[in-house]
Design a binder for this molecule. Structure first.
Ligand code: UFG
Length: 324
């Protein structure tokens, strides 16, 4: 298929673009490089530097069969500090894309949604039917796109699938040996931050944001999923988009790991005694976020095949050898 990958210069978008190319698809990446990196775009993709508002319609009219939509702002803290930016990029940009799809007759879309739409969960593991009460503008703006997709499916016959990711980690190497991984600036995520400490062996310590949560070791528990398993889910979703339907699936591996457990695995993989210190809680962190992925498993046949150790080992390979 001829596919448009928005945000294909970012972490998850570039991994999925690479997996799509390896599966035989013809990929065009549209990215404004506001947070992505041009050298993260797979060499075999056509790269267009541009925005959803200004460029999506032109690119779509050149003969695209389906869209995988990753382009977004994705930092929770930044969204609290600057909500308008998130509404403008995440909802405004997505609506411009959907309108361009409607105009050009492209009706298939896989959307990068997030666990942040659920907010503070009432139960664990979280299911797709659970209440969506986002606690920050990032989650609220992504939920608004999910709502828009439901409407575009009903009103205009779009076939849409939203994938709600939990904690994505790891890196991917393509068949040419190129690594794709996480390169955020600033980096706020746990695993890359811990590995950065191991890589630089610099002064200081990894910060553990609170150890007084109601969890077995007092630190927050999250559901980590390997970015390559996530890419596999996108390939399945692409084949399952059905005209007139918007389906939503959680994507996690169903098991939770605490911050201390993650740091322990990073120490094992790197062979380094990475120092860590407990600091006060980070605002807005729920104690436990674990997904039920039963729906995507039963409906699309998706399976997790990589564990936390593999995620950390791949992220470590990328941190050591990939671009930084
Ligand atoms: N943490 C630390 N120290 C760090 C970084 C993180 O202790 O240096 C802790 C956090 O407090 C949290 C856990 O490690 O308990 C994981 O934090 P991340 O920042 O790696 O990930 P989040 O769970 O905060 O965020 C992820 C996605 C978001 C998404 C959210 C859903 O990255 O995009 O899940 O709630 F919105």
């Amino acid at each position: 298929m001829r596919l448009l990958v928005t945000g294909g210069a970012g972490y998850i978008g570039s991994v999925v673009a690479s997996a799509l190319i390896e599966a035989g698809h013809d990929v065009t990446v549209l990215d404004d490089l506001s947070t992505g990196h041009a050298d993260a775009v797979p060499a075999k993709a056509t790269f267009i530097r541009g925005t959803l508002r200004d460029d999506a319609a032109r690119v779509l009219s050149e003969g695209i069969d389906a869209v995988l939509h990753f382009a977004a702002k994705s930092l929770v803290g930044e969204s609290v500090a600057n909500p308008a930016l998130y509404w403008s990029h995440n909802l405004g940009g997505s609506l411009a894309l959907l309108e361009a799809m409607r105009e050009t007759g492209v009706r298939r879309i896989v959307f990068s949604s997030t666990a942040a739409v659920y907010g503070e969960p009432e139960r664990t593991p979280i299911e797709e039917i659970d209440p969506t009460r986002p606690t920050n503008p990032y989650g609220a703006s992504k939920l608004a796109v999910d709502t828009s997709l439901t409407e575009f499916a009903r009103m205009y016959g779009f076939g849409a699938i939203s994938l709600r990711y939990f904690n994505v980690a790891g890196a991917h190497q393509d068949s040419d040996g190129k690594w794709y991984g996480e390169r955020h600036s600033p980096e706020t995520h746990l695993i890359p931050n811990v590995l950065k400490m191991a890589l630089t062996s610099g002064p200081g310590a990894v910060k553990i944001f609170g150890d007084d949560y109601p969890t077995p070791d007092g630190t927050c528990v999250r559901d980590y999923i390997h970015v390559a398993d996530l890419a596999g889910a996108h390939l399945l979703a692409l084949g399952a988009c059905t005209p007139g339907e918007h389906r939503i699936f959680n994507l996690g591996n169903g098991a939770g790991f605490s911050v201390r457990e993650v740091i322990g695995v990073c120490r094992e993989v790197t062979g380094q005694d990475i120092p860590a210190e407990v600091t006060p809680r980070r605002e807005g962190d729920p104690a436990v976020l674990v997904a039920s992925s039963a729906q995507i498993t039963s409906r699309l046949g998706w399976r997790v095949s990589r564990d936390l150790r593999t995620m950390v080992a791949d992220a470590w390979a990328f941190a050591q050898g990939g671009p930084r």
